[in-house]
Design a binder for this molecule. Sequence first.
Ligand code: FES
Ligand code: FES
Length: 152
Amino acid sequence: MATYTLLINGRNYTADLASDTPLLWVLRDHLGLVGAKYGCGIAACGACTVHIDGEATRSCVLPVSAIGNSGITTIEGLSEKGDHPLQLAWDEIDVPQCGYCQAGQIMTAAALLKNNSKPNDEEIEQAMSGNLCRCGAYHRIRDAVKLAAEKG
Ligand code: FES
Ligand code: FES
């Protein structure tokens, strides 16, 4: 066990953790930030996606000891009032079905739009292809990313 201080959504959080504790467990079980979801635990579904220094990252396979001073952003910190262009587009298009995958989808899309504010269909497809949705909301997800890119 060691004491780790993590910069999450602009705030410092401190917790005593085993060095191999995955970030997802830290967020959900230790800090109560439950927006990122556990889907597979093996970096295969994207439900646990957060940003590490702005890059979409699967928190289920990232040990806390590897984070260092990097800034972590979770869905809770993506915007002040849930009004990120993607969140507005998600509302407008009514994207979610069960909702389980959606935080990961939005975080992956947010990283895409940060690097490429006007992605074409292929770029959206490619960026989002690793985020699985068991409800099959893929068309609405794509439409919402496009809408956010247009409006953002
Ligand atoms: S829970 Fe992390 S990728 Fe599936
Ligand atoms: S909305 Fe149900 S898994 Fe994507």
